[in-house]
Design a protein around this ligand. Sequence first.
Ligand code: AHR
Length: 372
Amino acid sequence: MKKKIALLLIAAMTISTLAACGNSAAEAPASTTEEAPAAEEAAPEEEAPAEEAAPAEEASTEEAAAPAADGELIRVGFAQVGHESDWRAANTKNYQDTFSEANGYELSFVDCDNDHAVQIETVRGFIEQELDYICIAPIQSAGWDTVLQEAQDAGIPVLIVDRAVDADPSLYTTALGCDMIAEGEAAGNWLAEYLNGEDANILVIEGSVGASATLGRTEGFNNIVAQNSNWTVLDSQSGDFTQAGGQEVMESFIKSYSDFNVVVCQNDNEAYGAMDAMDAAGITYGVDGDVTIISFDATHDGLQYTLDGKITCNVECNPLQAGFAEGVIQKLEAGEAVDAWTLVEDEAFVAPGIESQYAVTMSQEVLDGRAY
Ligand code: AHR
């Protein structure tokens, strides 16, 4: 992409960001909770969602459409978190399917293996290659200002996807993903409804340290804990969003605690590990067991366990987000302004036999209708 076009796009995105800063929460697009996006540090509530700004000048519209119109592939770099979970695998496949050559893209995909330093250097590599767009799924929310400034100086639009960063929003073009705080609150609200006043002694297996998915789900769930004086969070440790991590943390919890009745796993893979650990220790769980398991992601296997009554509540995080990123890129190609924030909506699911105002009751039909 020509530098001139990129600079015009940066101008358009700056207008968009300024519009976002002036917005009130009342103008926000619909959200499950009408609250701020995923990373609480990243975007204060009033700054988060945005109306579209004024479109870029007409001259930029014509020129910006050039790469696709010329039959050139649009070069997109994707600095992906890693391959820690089933959710991540579905998210990666979705990006690779969407940003295919057949669709007019050349995708540079890098699995950053959950290493923040590798992810920063990956983005620097994309800048050196002068790619047209950069998508970043941030491993952690902190530590992004310098490289985002470098991308902006190079005139390359940056899309922050899935998770959030706590950098100044003027340093990137747009952000999109699920509302992680809302997911945590959905889990807590469902638990309050389910327990109906019963005491809760809760163990939490968190996701990766410093990830906005972890920070948001923890904050959201704790918001509801604070409203229930007979709930106690006995312990909260990171399982790094992996099955092995979930198993290891649960084994250690089992050695330290005997009086828990709720285990919150911040993703499905951690839940699988936690179930393995409880199986080995002879602890029963699920709708017919002693321990209620809450999970996040609602991937296919996670929902199978929910249908089987092993995971009682599973809060979705929709991994099919590439279409939203492509929509942003197509708007920028057309010289149009883009929203500062796009919410990817999700819902929660509960085991058969449970009715909830916060969640869909699982059935084989629901599982069969899932795309991931
Ligand atoms: O950022 C989304 C989270 O990251 C998913 O919940 C988890 O499975 C993944 O690793």
